[in-house]
Design a protein around this ligand. Structure first.
Ligand SMILES: C[S@@+](CC[C@H](N)C(=O)[O-])C[C@H]1O[C@@H](n2cnc3c(N)ncnc32)[C@H](O)[C@@H]1O
Length: 420
């Protein structure tokens, strides 16, 4: 069986990958006994330097490694030298080349002259929808996260997570302007006239990160699409999810850019000062912990979507004028959810944040779809914010856990108003 590529074909591949402009990606797929081995190479720019990103899919895992030119050339030679049945797909600006080596050793070639696509692996129906995960080359990320399968198709079981991450990324995108308020920008502002022409450095903490779908997607999106220099830190108290998150970050070759802490949101010690704190569906009072820590860390931006909320559900008194509502479990639960988020928004306002409350995915997808978007822009302890909060709290005769958690700094602000 002839399994080697003809010399002219191998030379054409070398030339189109390294010898002329417009190379976008080369992928080789070998299927053996139901197993899929996939290797690909594409040019990337990392901190202004041209590199080549290799992606290897083997035994159900995708791994990424960045190479310099010489190592990339070696990688291409290994691809070309591969034996046996396989498929090779080269995409360059001048067109696509498909090579298929059959069981009988025939080498079949086909070429298309159309301009190669930017988003070569996104399914067509998704490409049409202008979603953040289609705005950059996310195929590798999605495979590593296990959201897509080896062929790059979104798994049916992961469609909900895919939509949630997209929706959250859209909000992150809208929240961060091109010159976001960050620790690094503020430090630079303090320096003697240093030009602020380097990409914004944005530090993100994900509280209750779980398997880091959002954490890693935010890192990749803001790096690739917004051209920010991003570091992320995910916190979760579950050992298994942090182990998975660390493995995925290693598979994506993210190095120091992605750190994961196994521990409690309330006590985690961060490797950096955050500019943006995010939290998606952190259970019960873990969302309050995320909010409290964002305030204490002086994070300029905060985005959180809460999950199940039990605290007020238990605390609301049934002898209130709302007992007609509270008698019914489902209404009581929804009311408690709404009140919890209302109190959180009010407390954030008191702590100096401008707050928006918005729906982040459709209610059909999940009932846990209320997102608080907060930006630290207003004065702390504004009288109107404090008195609104106190009136609401006194009406319901409850003390939200977040008030207790925010402790002395909040108590002082409430005190000023209560004694006026
Ligand atoms: C429903 S999962 C959501 C995970 C992830 N944010 C996502 O949307 O895929 C909630 C996560 O929060 C974590 N969590 C809850 N309370 C926590 C706490 N106090 N400290 C750290 N992690 C916490 C849980 O272990 C869990 O992994």
């Amino acid at each position: 069986m002839q399994a080697e590529l003809p010399v002219e074909l191998a030379d054409e591949i070398r030339r189109r990958v390294f010898g002329e402009p417009g190379f976008m990606r080369i992928t080789q797929v070998v299927r053996r006994g139901g197993e899929v081995f996939r290797v690909s190479l594409r040019p990337v720019e990392i901190r202004g330097e041209k590199k080549y990103q290799g992606e290897m899919f083997d035994e159900g895992r995708t791994k990424v490694k960045n190479f310099d030119l010489d190592a990339a050339k070696n990688g291409l030679e290994e691809m070309i030298a591969q034996n046996g049945v396989r498929e090779l797909h080269l995409i360059t600006a001048s067109g696509d080349l498909h090579v298929r080596v059959t069981k009988k050793g025939k080498v079949l070639q086909s070429r298309s002259g159309k301009l190669a696509r930017q988003l070569d692996e996104a399914p067509a129906h998704d490409r049409a929808k202008n979603v953040p995960l289609n705005a950059f080359h996310s195929a590798t990320l999605l495979r590593v996260l296990g959201i897509s399968d080896a062929d790059g198709k979104i798994k049916a079981s992961m469609r909900g997570k895919y939509d949630q991450v997209n929706a959250f990324l859209r909000v992150i995108d809208e929240t961060l302007p091109d010159d976001p308020v960050t620790r690094a920008a503020r430090r630079r502002g303090g320096d003697s006239g240093e030009a602020a022409d380097s990409p914004p450095e944005v530090n993100i903490v994900d509280c209750g990160c779980g398997r880091a779908y959002l954490t890693l997607a935010a890192l990749m999106y803001l790096t690739d699409v917004r051209n920010f220099t991003v570091r992320v830190c995910g916190i979760d108290r579950r050992h298994d999810v942090i182990t998975d998150a660390r493995r995925m970050a290693a598979d994506l070759d993210l190095g120091e850019r992605a750190v994961f802490i196994e521990g409690d949101i309330d006590t985690a010690e961060l490797p950096f000062e955050p500019d943006l704190v995010v939290s998606l569906h952190a259970c019960d009072t873990a969302t309050d912990a995320a909010i409290a820590r964002a305030v204490e860390w002086k994070s300029h931006y905060l985005l959180c979507v809460s999950c199940c909320q039990h605290e007020l559900h238990r605390a609301i008194k049934t002898d209130s004028p709302m007992q007609g509502v509270l008698r019914h479990g489902i209404l009581r639960e929804r009311l408690a959810d709404l009140l919890t988020d209302t109190f959180r928004a009010q407390l954030l306002r008191i702590m100096g944040y401008r707050v928006q409350v918005m729906e982040f995915v459709s209610r059909d997808a999940t009932a846990r779809n209320i997102l608080l978007r907060a930006e630290s822009t207003v004065k702390k302890g504004l009288g109107a914010a404090v008195s609104e909060y106190l009136e609401l709290r006194d009406f319901w005769q409850v003390k939200p856990w977040l008030e207790t958690r925010l402790g002395e700094p909040l108590a002082k602000l409430l005190d000023i108003c209560e004694h006026q």
